[in-house]
Design a binder for this molecule. Structure first.
Ligand code: SF4
Length: 347
């Protein structure tokens, strides 16, 4: 007997997911929106800000990435930022309404000599009352533990695509390496942010394969970024054929149905989507965006455009979920106020 919709399951089969992808578009969206409403306020979207704390010169060969040292994309390299500069950006992001601050470094994995700086960033951004997230490449058990002890709430490490298509995109680290990092992050008690990219030339089978990997984990990633390829000149995927926007929306909808309690995030690629496509993505169950001028190194829709779209759709930024421990400690719910200001600024 099929399980009722909206129940959190970890035993999805390929044929079930194929059947979801094969649904008529309206039926799929109806299911996704129904599941979405069981677990979330459909008119709230989580707002995060992303800061590139170390840019470019990455030794990895991810075929989509302008930060790889192997591709000539004209990207300006930047060394690891100072803690103070990162905290200033976080404060500005908080004032603009972001409740989560994500810090990304273009590394294969963090070097021992950089760990103290990175841990300092986590502690100080956390002290601003924001949720913290980092993406630093592969982590061993000890590094994951150190980050967790510093107060890191989320670690982002994407699987990118299906295990079968993965070798077409990256050769310098294996799928197993990625799963191992995710395991270390979980073992250290942090939340997982993990998703992938669509539009890299993969088939629907690969989108199914990626979602199966994510939705059959013992605990679903709390955040699932679904990126649309940004075709950056100089990267091997610069000439990749454009993705049909409906295939992108279908992927969002199926992710929502398979991982009903996760935040599904519209990440890279949002700047090339028109307002209608973004709205459809929200209807399909996407409920998290990055807000800010830059999404690591690719352009992000201007902040005001996001605010205007939210206002036109009656969407409000999701309030930061204060934990019991935080509620009992000083300060604050400053982020909630900031979120309110963000919405008011849009009106
Ligand atoms: S995606 Fe990350 S690991 Fe891959 S090249 Fe870019 S910065 Fe490096």
């Amino acid at each position: 007997m099929p399980s009722p919709m909206g129940v959190v399951r970890h035993n999805w089969t390929r044929s079930e997911v194929e059947a979801l992808f094969a649904l008529p578009f309206n039926d799929l969206l109806f299911q996704a929106q129904t599941v979405h409403r069981q677990h979330f306020n459909p008119n709230e979207v989580q707002v995060s800000t992303l800061c590139s704390i170390k840019t470019g010169a990455c030794p990895e060969d991810c075929a989509y990435c302008p930060q790889s040292a192997r591709y000539d994309t004209g990207l300006e390299k930047e060394r690891l930022m100072a803690i103070e500069a990162v905290v200033n950006e976080a404060r500005e992001a908080r004032e603009a309404g972001a409740t989560r601050f994500c810090m990304g470094a273009a590394w294969r994995s963090p070097r021992a000599k950089d760990m103290d700086t990175v841990l300092g960033m986590v502690k100080e951004v956390k002290a601003l009352g924001m949720e913290t997230c980092m993406t630093l490449g592969m982590l061993d058990e000890q590094q994951a533990q150190q980050l967790a002890e510093a107060g890191l709430d989320y670690y982002n490490h994407n699987l990118d695509t299906s295990p079968e298509f993965y070798g077409e995109i990256i050769t310098t680290r294996t799928y197993e390496d990625r799963l191992k990092t995710l395991e270390n992050v979980r073992a250290a008690g942090m939340n997982v942010c993990c998703g992938g990219i669509v539009g890299m030339g993969e088939q629907e089978d690969d989108r199914i394969g990626l979602l199966l990997q994510l939705a059959t984990m013992d605990i679903h990633p709390e955040s699932v970024p679904i990126n649309q390829l940004v075709r950056v000149e100089g990267t091997p995927l610069a000439e990749q054929e454009e993705l049909d926007p409906f295939d992108f929306i279908r992927t969002i909808a199926v992710a929502r149905i398979m991982m009903p309690k996760s935040h599904v995030r519209l990440s890279a690629g949002r700047e090339t989507m028109n307002d209608q496509t973004q709205s459809l993505a929200f209807f399909a169950g996407a409920n998290s965006i990055f807000y800010g001028e830059k999404l690591l190194t690719t352009a992000n829709p201007e902040e005001s455009r996001d605010m205007q779209l939210f206002a036109r759709l009656g969407i409000e930024p999701e309030k930061y979920q204060v934990t019991e421990e935080e509620a009992l400690s000083e300060p604050t719910v400053a982020d909630q106020l900031a979120a309110q200001q963000f919405y008011e600024a849009a009106n």
